[in-house]
Design a protein around this ligand. Sequence first.
Ligand code: FAD
Length: 624
Amino acid sequence: MSDSFYQFDVIVIGGGHAGTEAALASARAGARTLLLTHAIETVGAMSCNPAIGGIGKGHLVKEIDALGGIMAKAADAAGIQWRTLNASKGPAVRATRCQADRSLYRAFIRRAVESQANLTVFQAAVDDLVVEQESVRGAITNTGLRFHAPAVVLTAGTFLAGKIHIGETQYAAGRMGDPPSTALAHKLREGRFVVDRLKTGTPPRIDGRSLDYSKMAEQPGDDPRPVMSFMGRTADHPEQVSCWITHTTERTHQLIRDALHRSPLYSGQIEGVGPRYCPSIEDKVVRFAEKASHQIFVEPEGLAVTEIYPNGISTSLPFDVQLDLVRSITGFERAHITRPGYAIEYDFFDPRGLKASLETKAAAGLFFAGQINGTTGYEEAAAQGLLAGVNAARFAQQKDAWSPRRDEAYLGVLVDDLITQGTSEPYRMFTSRAEYRLQLREDNADARLTPVGRDLGLVDDARWENFSRKREAIAAETARLSALWAAPNNALGASIARHIGVEVSRETNAIDLLRRPELDYAKLMQVPELGPGVDNAKVAEQVEIETKYAGYLDRQREEIARARRHESAAIPVGFDYAQVPGLSAEVLQKLERVRPETLGQAQRIPGMTPAAISLLLVHLERRQ
Ligand code: FAD
């Protein structure tokens, strides 16, 4: 074997959602990349619910896609039930979600990884990192192999010192069926990272043949079906199936209350904090004691398997209680459990130890992404993976790091929230976390991020050409409608009144007409002089949304420009905050702990006062 077998530009540790996006992005950005992971079979594995997208999460997936990532394409290849959530609400909060066939999803990701140029995969458990003079140099496997690279991305998920709990039983594992990453966790605890524990849980899986669907409500997917990728087509989707809805009963809640003392969550056995928005069924029964029943979504795990995922009953109660509580659910009276539910505790790192590029402040060239940064969810992990991967490649190539701002992407919101505020519970994305929601829609993720993705070397020619065509078509259609004038006494005005019953009371162009609440693009195109319009529904959608919301969007853009003037003021690395006169001891301590890179980040540290920010600003301006 030649030495080049051990020498790379970037090493990615972990083949989960963060790791695969990181490895693919790094390789696409031109870096010779090595993906080291426990088991090649589990590359792209979904540890919990086989679903992609949802509110806030769908936004992240579309952003990953716009940056040339793989998650949306894999969802299109594996999605067996599709929905647009919040379809009747405003465009900012509409979100795409699909139930995925777990094995189709994994196979797609594995194929993508194996066919990516510049990317090598090697199956190994990493036990240690090589760090010299505060710079990472490589990774060492449990069999003593040493791989070298100037940049390393760690994406170990729930595996670091992972501990599974089922009732009173507990054992070390990364997730059920996979080994934990114990040696590496111990090494990292010895380093300069702030480590804490979090936990998450999963429900028991059930053989769908043992369920009585006649007692449940069917939930077919949407028709027409949405797609996830900008390049996706519904023809790429596999066979479609329904999900079902049922609910817990009074008896379920009683069984749980009676067994609480045996739950590791309530007996004090689990110390880590769990996900607030994905609570266990025992948490729900305690926290919402007044509710007599909770909804459960019965979701198929795949087309070729009979297992179902009962979404809403994540639990770590002992198995005998799990069996009784499952069988107390309507339609589940004869249910056969195929795998028990469990909770898992794992190490994560205080994300305030990261730069906006996801490089650690403690070791140059070392990047952290995914669940180890305190997040939960495939989409949150994948988005961070892509960012860390491209920045690791850029680090190795001695190029400047890139990270999106809060007004450019949910990815920007996610990273900024993590690095300035840290997290004490698993962080998941919601649209409410973004202050500029109207700018950050699913439908314009391509426009927001494809150009930068192209500059970063992540977007291939086919996507770029499609995107450019769409962008030109939107501009051309907007220009066409802006040049068509209707007046009370001209032919177009008369035709509009005749065909769609709208009176034009003063001279106005077709774009202004589109702003009227009673009109939409399709209706306007019924006027022969205006129609038939564009045949690409996505182009029509953009013309309509950008026109209808132009007033709000412009106001928000002004607000963003104002905020940015201070936002991007850089704070020098190693800046001595003690030199700034007038800062309180508390503020000083917070600034020294987080070490923000810009004034904007400093502003968002919890407890930071406007007075302290002004003092800092004045001091920074004087230094220039
Ligand atoms: P993972 O998907 O965990 O991937 C980590 C990868 O790193 C694995 O391939 C592993 O083999 C590899 N690895 C780890 N250590 C090493 C090492 N030392 N050497 C080599 N390879 C290594 N998310 C939700 O949104 N909601 C939920 O309710 C939810 N419940 C969950 C329940 C359970 C039981 C589990 C396990 C996860 C749950 N998740 C949930 C989380 C979801 O699975 C993760 O957010 C997501 O998988 C994180 O992606 P990741 O890439 O960071 O890590």
